[in-house]
Structures are given as C-alpha cells and as structure tokens.
Design a protein around this ligand. Structure first.
Ligand code: PLP
Length: 370
C-alpha cells in the first residue's frame, strides 16, 4: 500500500504543471527578471485578497517579518513579544534585525499567544507584539490587540500559515500594523522555491518596506537607509499568480479533510483534536493533534504507511541559539507540553478521499493499540 504523505507540495504544484511552465516561459522570454510586471501584479492581487491597500513581495517569510518589524520602527536592542510555540523563523526574524525576542506562553486550547501572559511580559523596552496564527488558526486578536494598545506598541501578524483565514469576518493579514506571509512550497500558497510578502494598511509602512527590501533605495541615485536585498523575483511572482488562481479550491479541500478528521476522530481515547476560535475561519495549514504517547502513535502510523510530522519538536526558547536569552526548561509549560505531545496528520490539497479514510482508520487502530 502506498505511503500517505503528511505534506506534498510537489503534487499541488504538479496539478498546475502546464500553467506553471507557461508562466516560466513568459518571464524567460520577456527578459525582465527582477521587480517588474509579475511582482507588481502579484502585489496588487495579494493585497486585494488580504483586504489591504498594500502588499510588498519579498524573498521569504522570515525576511517579510524582519522588514515589517523594521518598518514599524523596531531596531537593535528593542524587545519584541513572540509566542513560545511557533516556527523558529518567527524568533529568528526578530534576532536578524538585532532586536530581542521575548517569549510568551500560548493558550492551552488554540495554540495562539496567551493575552494574559502577553500583558505580563510587556515591559519598558517592549516595541512590538508578533502574533502567530499557528497552523492556520486565527489567534485571539481581540484580546491581543488590547494588550498592544495598552502597551502602545504595534501588533504584527505572522500570517505564514494563515493565508485567507478570517477572524470575525476580517481577513488575516489586514488586522495589525503589518503582516508577514511566507510562500515556502508547503504553505497554503506555495511558490516553487522561497518567497514572501508584507501586507499593511499603512502607506508609510509599505513605503519603508519597499525601500528596505532593495538596498535602501528610493531612487538609484541615493540609498536613504541601510537596506538589504530581499526582493521577490519575477519567476516566483509568476508562479504565485498561477497558484493564487487555485488557492481557494485548495483551502476548501483542506477544510473538507479537516471536517472529516474532526468528525471521525472525536472519540479516540487520549487524542486531543485542534480547537478553532468561535468567530474564526481557519485554513488548516496543519492538522496537529495531541497525544500523551505521541512518539508511539507516530511510530505505529509510520508502520501502517501514514506519514506524520511534529510541529514543533523544540520550542524556540530551548534551541541552542536562544539559550543565552535565559529561558530554562519549564519557562513556558503550555508550549513545552505542546512540543511533547503534538503530532501533525497528513494535510494537503492533493490528499484523496481513500487516503483520508486510511488515516482515520489507522489513527483509530493505532491509538487503541499503543
Ligand atoms: C514558514 C514560517 C515562517 C518563515 O517563512 P520562510 O518563508 O521559510 O522564511 C515564519 N513563521 C511561521 C509561523 C512559518 O510557518
């Protein structure tokens, strides 16, 4: 029996093979490879999808977050609140610009930053709050927005896992001072390589990101600040425009799979299913369950040909790079418990119904045997 992949970017991209090859040929033949019409068109289309006036294409999600933070005024030595359970990239974007990531524990159910813990973590050097919509589940932005307002700092969305998700009817990516998207191949909108974008309602923030992404240039005659090269290139922008045409149907498919799992796995002993906020429309970048015997469950599923993954094995604060930050084990108990118990089940748009049924059957069997 074939192996069921936990994620399969190749299958999703191959479904658009002819269109992608056509898009590549058009860019190749046109001869303009950097910051030209494909990037401009993608930026317009992505801004419209996010319900904001501005999107700026950049080289990755990490760079998007780093540039968004710089554009709202975060600099060296400033403290930035970040969730204690997220991709390591969230913390790295903060340290990349010389700022200091300050961990905040997550909510027990949702996995987003805990507003009460965020309030306690605010201090005199706090300059921004980065909220992550982990696994495509919108975080508690109403409460976290209050925390940011009370501290008088901007709220930045790390929306790398939440393309097209909504909260109280509003698109993720439009709800803070700026948002960072990643188009890494496995993300809900994936390129054929690295890519990212910043979205923002604020024209001044958009302007600063544009200047920073290309050497600090406003014009080629003068670099007005010290910028970087974090451009999105024309080929990836053209690919993203193709995949954008399929994004909504791909998300619908993720939702069908999530609904099947939620329905059929509700009574599995020991298994905790993901919980969505009542007013949210999640997009299921990942389907992460929790189980006290996670490693045994993963091994039993692998035996049965079901791929799984752990997001994330090591919470950022326990990585060697962040040890000097001084958070020993036990600092963020909810995040650490998540890291010990989380298991992501297969979730991608190319998953077929018989494969979904097999996952359900095998999770039921494995959970009863371990
Ligand atoms: C993928 C991801 C990033 C980083 O994006 P890259 O494009 O790989 O740089 C940042 N934050 C989160 C939550 C992510 O999932």
């Amino acid at each position: 029996m074939s192996h069921v992949a936990v994620a399969d970017p190749r299958a999703t991209l191959m479904a658009a093979r002819e269109e992608l090859l056509g898009a590549f040929a058009a860019v190749l033949e046109r001869g303009r490879y950097i910051l030209s019409e494909e990037v401009a068109a993608f930026e317009r289309e992505w801004a419209a999808r996010c319900g904001v006036p501005h999107a700026i294409g950049v080289s990755s999600g990490t760079d998007a977050l780093a540039l968004a933070l710089r554009a709202v005024g975060v600099g060296p030595g400033d403290e930035v609140l970040v969730p204690a359970m997220t991709a390591i990239a969230t913390w790295m974007a903060v340290s990349q610009i010389g700022a200091v990531p300050v961990g905040v524990d997550i909510e027990p159910d949702g996995g987003g930053m805990d507003p009460e813990a965020a309030r306690r973590a605010c201090g005199p050097r706090t300059r921004a709050l980065v909220v992550v919509h982990l696994f495509g589940q919108p975080a508690n932005l109403a409460a976290l927005g209050e925390v940011a307002r009370a501290a008088d700092v901007p709220l930045i969305e790390d929306a790398a896992q939440a393309h097209r998700a909504r909260l109280a009817g509003q698109p993720i990516g439009s709800l803070g001072a700026a948002a960072a998207f990643s188009f890494y191949p496995t993300k809900n909108l994936g390129a054929v390589g690295d890519a990212g974008a910043v979205t923002t309602p604020d024209p001044a923030v958009a302007d600063r990101v544009r200047v920073l992404r290309e050497y600090g240039w406003r014009t080629r005659a003068d670099a007005e600040v010290c910028g970087v090269n974090a451009r999105l290139d024309e080929v990836q922008a053209a690919f993203l425009r193709v995949m954008l045409g399929r994004l909504d149907e791909n998300i619908d498919r993720r939702r069908e799979i999530a609904a099947a799992y939620l329905g059929a796995l509700a009574d599995v002993a020991g298994l905790e299913l993901p919980v969505s906020r009542a007013d949210s429309e999640p997009v299921w970048h990942l389907f992460a369950v929790r189980h006290p015997r996670r490693d045994a469950l993963a091994a039993a599923l692998e035996q049965a040909g079901i791929g799984t993954a752990v997001h994330y094995e090591t919470p950022p604060h326990l990585n060697t790079a962040f040890r000097p930050g001084g958070w020993p084990e036990g600092s963020f108990p909810v995040a650490e418990r998540h890291a010990r118990t989380a298991l992501s089940l297969p979730m991608h748009p190319a998953l077929r119904d018989p494969e979904v049924d097999r996952v359900i059957e095998q999770v039921n069997r494995a959970a009863s045997e371990i």
